[in-house]
Each structure stands twice: as structure tokens, then as C-alpha cells.
Write a protein that binds this ligand. Sequence first.
Ligand SMILES: CCCCCCCC(=O)SCCNC(=O)CCNC(=O)[C@H](O)C(C)(C)COP(=O)(O)OP(=O)(O)OC[C@H]1O[C@@H](n2cnc3c(N)ncnc32)[C@H](O)[C@@H]1OP(=O)(O)O
Length: 256
Amino acid sequence: MARSLGRVFNGFQRLGSLSPMKAHLSQPSATSVAVRSTLVRSMGLALPSPFFSKPRDFSLPNSSWSSEMKRLYEHYNSQCEVETEAGEKQEGPWRRLPSYNRLLKYATGGVYLSKIIQSQARLFTRNIKETGAAFEYVLFVNSEEKKCVCIFQAGHLLEGPPGHVHGGAIATMIDTVTGTHATILSGPVMTANLNISYRSPIPLGSTVLLESTLDRKEGRKTFITCKVTSTDGSKVHTETTALFVSINIGHLLLGG
Ligand SMILES: CCCCCCCC(=O)SCCNC(=O)CCNC(=O)[C@H](O)C(C)(C)COP(=O)(O)OP(=O)(O)OC[C@H]1O[C@@H](n2cnc3c(N)ncnc32)[C@H](O)[C@@H]1OP(=O)(O)O
């Protein structure tokens, strides 16, 4: 148990140190795949395939993405790796964060924590299989500027007022973006307070930008602000202040 919790904590720390080059969490090696095949063949074992299979990275472009979503993705992705004058490639100011539907499983490097986490559990924003139907999003983080940007396309299952996005779905995305940002800045945290002002409705199917910025840190408290705007910045949809409190991840997983 102690080792498992240690892996979880390391996973959270790793979330903060992801680089595009390190983005493939828990990729199975050729050896592990070969060992699995041999075991399954020789012992008739039905091992859980997610244990070995390559997890889907939901933050990569798919066919449901609008041209505006793809354009913005390219804009930030092109700044994840830059070329020096000498023609060498090096890390740029932004990093794309990969995104999986079973956060803790992959944060631990593929270790299956069935004793701690119910095996049916899925990350809320990534549990609808149909692409484009709900939350399509990708996050980029800029460590130097302590900023996080999310490009978000709201699908038809997120309707609230006719033709527009449900306020709870918007809050979900704000919590996801600011929560991820706070985790990168401060390690394991829980949302203590989200204060959202809804300024103008978001049309269903449209692409918007969420910009999360570190306001300040005070002891265990990380204060973050977040704006949701149209992609050209001309329309403000929401303004948020958020408070995250650092926690002991062991207490959370053990129900403390
Ligand atoms: C990839 C996806 C990422 C998604 C990230 C999503 C994150 C989430 O949604 S988490 C789920 C929603 N949040 C929760 O369920 C949290 C429920 N609340 C709790 O567990 C606890 O109240 C918790 C952990 C926030 C704080 O409890 P605890 O650790 O005992 O801290 P506590 O001593 O009460 O407070 C610490 C400080 O924060 C302040 N604080 C705590 N809560 C609040 C609040 N709601 N408003 C203002 N200040 C607060 C306290 O006043 C205290 O300040 P100070 O140090 O200056 O005295």
C-alpha cells in the first residue's frame, strides 16, 4: 500500500514535469507486450487489456475538431518545440499536456491500483466515447509565465439553455483547467472555492479559450484566476477566481 501511494504521489509530481518528449506515460515496452502474449497463450490468462494496451491520448486532434480548434492547436503546439539559429531543436515556452480517461492509473505509470480505485472509475470529462459529443479539449502550459491555456470545443451533449453550453459544463472545464494548473504549480490539491461570473453564453459547438493564471501562493493555498473568452479574445464568457488547498494524497485515497 505504501509503495502504491508513493507511486501515486510520484505520478502527480510527474504531471508537473511532463514535456512533449516525455508525453507518453506508461507506454508498454516491446518486452512487456511479448511477456503478456506468452503468459496469455501458455496459461490461458485473461489479463485486463488496459494494463498493457497503449492508452488513448484524448488531447490529440480528431476528426470532430473544428478548423478553429485545429488552428489554435497548431498555434500552441508549434511553440512546444522551437529551432535554434544553429538549426537544433529545443523545448519551447509551451508544453502540451496529454490527457487520459483514467487519471491515476496512468499518472502512476500504468500501475493498476484496483485495491484503492474502483476499476470502473473514469475521468468525468473523458468518459464519452463518441468524439465531439461532449468535452473536446487540449491544455498547454507555460511554466515561465505560470500560465495554462485550454482550447475547448463544446459538443451537443453539453446543452443547457437552448443552443448554448450548460453552466455546470463550463464550471467543469474551469475546474479541470485551474485544477490541473494548480497541481502543476503546487502538487496534489483539492478545489476549495470556485467563484464564477458568467458574462455571456457560449454557443454549443463553438471553440473557446480558457486562460488560467497564477495569482498567488500563500502556504497551502494556491489562488488562480481564469477567463473564458472567444478565440479572438473579443468576447468574455466567464471570469473566475479559484482557490486550491494542498492536500496529503494518502489521506484522500484512504478516505482520511
Ligand atoms: C485532470 C483533472 C484535474 C481536476 C481537478 C479537479 C479538482 C477537484 O474538483 S477536487 C473536488 C472538489 N473539491 C472537494 O471535494 C474539496 C472538499 N473540501 C475539502 O476536502 C477540504 O475542505 C479542503 C481539502 C479543501 C480543505 O480542508 P483542510 O485540508 O482541512 O484545510 P483547512 O485547514 O480547512 O483550510 C486550509 C486553508 O484554506 C482555507 N480554506 C479552506 N476552504 C476554503 C474555502 N472554501 N474558501 C476559502 N478558504 C478556504 C482555510 O481558511 C485555511 O486558510 P488559512 O491557512 O489561512 O487558515
